[in-house]
Design a binder for this molecule. Structure first.
Ligand code: AMP
Ligand code: MN
Ligand code: MN
Length: 352
């Protein structure tokens, strides 16, 4: 990548910031200060080893951003270790196509007290799961994220709530480190960009997002193959579980919602990670402004996915319920029953 292309990429997010909409949680945070980028570069250049982590049950943005930066750091001669703090450590099936999985270690093998750690797409300290202790033990923690609710739990924040994905910030970091885009890095970044923008459909899809996509696609990656990996490889059992969830879907006063139990999944042998896409079907309901899917995980907790069409800030609702997210896509964890969880959600929604 020539320097002028890099400059173009660096400039690319500026008009986007000026035009981007309020993504909630008290409005967009100001762009990342040059002094903070400089400090990040100094911390990284001084490090021999960099420990990377992202939020638990990683999505394309979390894992893609982390692996992309992992590749770039490795090519700069750094030792790189990457992980996420799930109790049952496994890369979700639909992200196994991402290159760079050789950088991953289970949380038990993650350094206990890293000199330098970087977190990706994790809006809170809690979202680091088992890696919380390692983060607390790290000398320096750079937090790379785009959630408006992120208050910065590290020693340095690279947080920009106007960025459509953490992958946008990861690309910036790679350029600033003097790295170049190759097809592997671009595949990881593209996975983040395409998932968090809802395939370039959400309001976060600015001209800068399309320009970034163009830079990534220019490396020769196959957008059709990535789309198939991400969305068109569900097992047949997914359809059976989806049918159960849709059988009990409720529409009440602008709110459409349903739930998926671990018993539903066990009946068809479907892993938890496979039910992530159900919210994308439920949210299509034209009569509803807000969509909710309660997903019971293997430990029996409800992982609550919420979506808004724009009028309601579900990010604020989920923050009030102990979770996080964005104006139009957010979530939280509940240990109550379905009925109690929905009662609490309706109460908070009424205030929003
Ligand atoms: P999901 O519904 O899992 O696709 O998540 C949508 C958004 O909500 C993402 O930006 C997540 O970071 C956020 N989110 C989901 N679950 C939680 C949680 N338990 N705590 C905090 N944020 C969450
Ligand atoms: Mn994420
Ligand atoms: Mn994200």
């Amino acid at each position: 990548m020539t320097p002028d292309v890099r400059d173009e990429a660096r400039r690319a997010d500026r008009p986007a910031r000026a035009e981007s909409r309020d993504e909630g949680g008290g409005g967009p945070r100001s762009a990342i200060a040059e002094a903070d980028w400089d400090r990040a570069l100094r911390l990284i250049s001084a490090a021999d080893e960099v420990a990377l982590s992202c939020h638990v049950t990683p999505d394309g943005d979390a894992l893609g951003s982390m692996l992309a930066v992992g590749f770039a750091l490795r090519s700069l001669g750094k030792r790189v270790v990457a992980s996420f703090g799930d109790r049952h450590f496994a890369v979700p099936r639909l992200l196994r196509f991402l290159p760079g999985q050789e950088l991953l270690v289970p949380p038990e093998e993650f350094p206990a007290e890293p000199a330098l750690m970087i977190t990706f797409d994790s809006s809170t300290f809690e979202r680091l799961g088992l890696l919380r202790a390692n983060t607390a033990g790290a000398r320096e923690v750079i937090v790379v994220d785009h959630h408006p609710s992120n208050e910065g739990f590290g020693t340095l924040s690279l947080i920009d709530s106007t960025a459509a994905a953490t992958a946008v910030l990861a690309e910036q970091l790679i350029y600033r480190l003097g790295g170049r885009l190759d097809r592997d890095i671009a595949t990881c970044l593209y996975a983040g960009l395409v998932t968090d923008t809802g395939s370039f459909r959400h309001s976060s899809t600015t001209p800068a997002v399309h320009q970034m996509a163009a830079r990534l696609v220019a490396t020769g990656l196959r957008t059709d193959e990535i789309a198939r990996e991400l969305w068109d490889r569900s097992p047949f059992s997914y359809l059976k579980v989806l049918a159960e969830a849709l059988e009990r879907v409720m529409l009440e006063d602008g709110l459409v919602w349903t739930y998926v139990t671990r018993v539903d999944r066990a009946a068809y042998g479907l892993p938890y990670a496979e039910v992530e896409g159900i919210i994308d079907i439920v949210r299509r309901t034209d009569e509803a402004e807000v969509a909710v899917v309660l997903k019971e995980d293997d430990q029996g907790a409800w992982q609550v996915s919420t979506r808004s069409k724009g009028a309601v800030d579900v990010g604020a609702v989920c923050v009030a319920l102990g979770g996080g997210g964005h104006h139009n896509a957010a979530g939280y964890t509940s240990h109550d029953s379905v009925e109690e969880t929905m009662a609490a959600f309706r109460r908070e929604l009424g205030k929003a």
